[in-house]
Structure formats: structure tokens, C-alpha cells
Ligand binder design. Structure first.
Ligand SMILES: NC(=O)c1ccc[n+]([C@@H]2O[C@H](COP(=O)([O-])OP(=O)(O)OC[C@H]3O[C@@H](n4cnc5c(N)ncnc54)[C@H](OP(=O)(O)O)[C@@H]3O)[C@@H](O)[C@H]2O)c1
Length: 345
């Protein structure tokens, strides 16, 4: 059956501007990192993506390596684009990235001009698109001059293959430098994509969030549930089918350490008092900061997506609630993607 988007799709979602740009994103965006790869059939993927779009989620986040296997999430999204979403392309913000290992040899990862340009061409082919809305440098490359990486992003904008460009997981100093170089070339660094959650606050600690605010760069926070840890499911032990129950997953045992689980436990009564589920508390907490344009979630099924969307019903926090959350999570902090410090210092 042909998909027809819901006429009420813009009624409930909140939309926020990315920094000082014309890019506007839904408060909740959907990423296709782990749950839309080669094992996912088209119809289930289309059902989840269509439900998201009908709920006002107009932003879908991808990267060259999403799957598994790498590339398969873009391919699957391409089939949904072709079969369901094509009439709605101009309503959508679709992003992709390059930075992590995608093919063998010296030009299959990091930040060279050769890798970024070739990778974007491959991503466009896999998704059946003429352009993406946002293209990211997926990680800082300590060995390639930042002028080259940012120069490639600027040229990609000039080529029309991306409308906006951004950076992902760049620490504070590297963020400032990327912004400066792009600005000199007349291109805005429109958006930063770091990990951020109530138990993963590195962007607050190294002041990347302050740099983004000062420079007018929007923030889209990835893994706001710390890959599911903040749902509380690992406190109750039910690991079946989850990332934490998969030995090869990106959610490692160190991420679900006892001190982290204790912090999650202490958050539970706070969520209950707010009339929220744990994931709703976690998402609304990330969105409390005006610098955060969007919370970038991943979902394995429709039930998770519905639960997460409920966060939009209560985005306000009292000072007492915020203090209680800080106290609950003290001692339970972690960094999903530890970065070498001092690259540009
Ligand atoms: N730029 C980067 O370097 C980078 C890195 C990572 C992610 N990202 C982006 O961020 C997106 C989100 O990352 P993420 O998937 O780690 O985000 P997340 O929202 O923190 O974690 C998603 C996982 O949490 C669990 N979950 C979600 N909703 C739930 C619910 N209502 N109840 C119980 N469990 C729930 C599910 O785990 P189970 O499957 O275990 O049930 C789901 O797969 C990615 O798709 C990608 O677009 C970017």
C-alpha cells in the first residue's frame, strides 16, 4: 500500500533552530546507527520510520558505516525513500557522515579530502539521493590538517551535495578551530553532534557546549539514553535482544558498571514523581538546555519509539528536580567515546 503521511504530523512535535542558522530540527530526531542494518526487513523499517515521520520526526540521521554491515542502513533507508518517502523529500532533513573505517587502505577513514568526497558520493548512491541536508566530519582527525577536512566540507557545500555541514565528537578547542576555518571560507559550522546524557556530560565538562553556544552552533545530542542504559533495563536484568546482551555490541560491560547502574536506580523515583518513564526523563533532561537543538535517539521497535515520544509532554524541570538529578548521577558518570585530550593545545 502506498504510504500517505498523516495530516496531523506537525501538530505535536516541537521544532528548534540549530544555533544561529536557518536549519530547524525536531526536538527528537531518529538515528539509524544499529537497528536498520542488514538484518532488518524493509516493511518493519518502513513502519518505524513512517510512524516517526507521522509524529513530526522530520530528521533522520545516518552515516556511511551504519548497519551492520557498514552501508546497509543507508541502503535500507534508500529503499524506504524510494518506496514510501519520496513525495516528502523536501520536508525532511537527512544527514550522513564520514570519519570511521569504511573501506580498506589509508583513504577508508578519518578526515582527508579524498575520503570525505568519495564517501559522500557513495552515501548518496546508497540512499538514492541527489544531496543530503547535513554532512558531518564524523570525528576529528589528528593527522590531517583541519584546513583540509574543513576545506572538503566547504567544497561539498559548494558542489550542492550537502546543504549544511557539521562536526561530530569534536572537543572544545577543535570545535572552535573548525568553526574559524569554515567561517574564513564563508561556510557556517551549523551543527555539532556529540554524545550527551545525564550520565555522560563531557560536553559540559570540557565546555564544548559553551563554545557551541558562543559560536552559534546548534547541538544534536546522540545516545541521550546512553545506548539504552538509562531505560533502567539493565537494573532489572532483562538483557534479551538488547545491546547489552550482545557480546559484540557497542555497549560494553564498562558502560553498565555497578556505579552507573546505581545512579540509574537513584533516578527512578525522580522519573516516577515527574510522571515519566526513565527514557522520558533522560530525553527531557537533555532537551532542558537551550543549546540542544535535538535529542538523537535510536529505537529497536515501535514500542520504544512511542515511549520516547512521550518525553515531549513534560520538558520543564524545577531547580529542585535538577539538583536531585545531579545528586543522583554523581559518581555514576561515564564517557561513551573517550577522546584523547589536548589535540590542538
Ligand atoms: N556521531 C556519532 O559518532 C554517533 C555515535 C552513536 C550514535 N549516533 C547517532 O545517534 C543515534 C542514537 O544513538 P543510540 O542508538 O545510541 O541512542 P540511544 O537512544 O541512547 O539508545 C538507543 C537504544 O536504547 C534502547 N531504547 C530506546 N528506547 C527505549 C525504550 N523506550 N525503552 C527501553 N529501551 C530503549 C534500545 O536499546 P536495545 O536495542 O538494547 O533495546 C535502543 O536501541 C544513532 O542512531 C546515530 O544516528 C552518532
Amino acid at each position: 500500500m502506498t504510504y500517505a503521511a498523516s495530516p496531523t504530523r506537525y501538530d505535536k512535535m516541537q521544532y528548534r533552530r540549530s544555533g544561529r542558522s536557518g536549519l530547524i530540527l525536531p526536538a527528537i530526531s531518529l538515528g539509524l546507527w544499529q537497528n536498520f542494518g542488514g538484518n532488518r526487513d524493509h516493511d518493519t523499517a518502513a513502519e518505524i520510520l513512517a510512524y516517526a515521520f507521522d509524529a513530526g520526526i522530520i530528521h533522520f540521521d545516518l552515516a556511511n558505516n551504519y548497519g551492520p554491515p557498514p552501508g546497509s542502513a543507508e541502503e535500507l533507508f534508500g529503499t524506504v525513500m524510494a518506496r514510501e518517502f519520496r513525495p516528502y523529500r523536501d520536508e525532511m532533513i537527512i544527514s550522513t557522515k564520514a570519519g570511521y573505517r569504511m573501506w580498506p587502505g589509508p583513504f577508508g577513514e578519518f578526515g582527508s579530502r579524498k575520503y570525505l568526497v568519495a564517501s559522500l558520493d557513495q552515501s548518496l548512491t546508497r540512499m538514492g539521493l541527489d544531496y543530503v541536508d547535513i554532512f558531518y566530519s564524523h570525528r576529528f582527525d589528528p593527522n590531517t590538517p583541519l584546513e583540509e577536512t574543513m576545506g572538503a566540507l566547504a567544497d561539498i557545500v559548494a558542489s550542492g551535495k550537502a546543504l549544511y555541514v557539521g562536526i561530530s565528537s569534536y572537543p572544545e578547542a577543535e570545535t572552535r578551530e573548525a568553526h574559524r576555518i569554515l567561517k574564513e571560507m564563508g561556510v557556517a559550522c551549523t551543527i555539532h553532534q556529540p554524545s550527551y546524557s545525564v550520565i555522560n556530560r563531557w560536553i559540559e565538562n570540557d565546555r564544548t557546549i559553551d563554545a557551541c553556544s558562543e559560536l552559534g552552533i546548534g547541538i544534536i545530542a546522540f545516545s541521550p539514553l546512553t545506548q539504552g542504559v538509562l531505560s533502567g533495563k539493565y537494573n532489572t536484568g532483562g538483557k534479551d535482544g538488547t545491546r547489552g546482551g550482545n557480546a559484540n555490541s557497542t555497549l560494553r560491560a564498562s558502560h553498565i558498571a555497578p556505579n552507573v547502574l546505581e545512579a540509574v536506580e537513584r533516578l527512578m523515583p525522580i522519573a516516577e514523581r515527574r510522571g515519566q518513564t526513565m527514557v522520558q526523563l533522560a530525553l527531557s533532561w537533555v532537551l532542558r538546555r537551550p543549546e540542544v537543538t535535538s535529542a538523537l535517539i535510536g529505537v529497536r521497535n515501535l514500542e520504544q519509539l512511542k515511549d520516547n515520544l512521550g518525553a515531549l509532554d513534560n520538558l520543564d524541570f524545577s531547580d529542585e528536580e535538577l539538583a536531585a538529578i545531579d545528586a543522583a548521577t554523581r559518581g555514576g558518570q561515564m564517557d561513551l567515546l573517550p577522546r584523547p585530550q589536548g589535540w590542538l593545545r
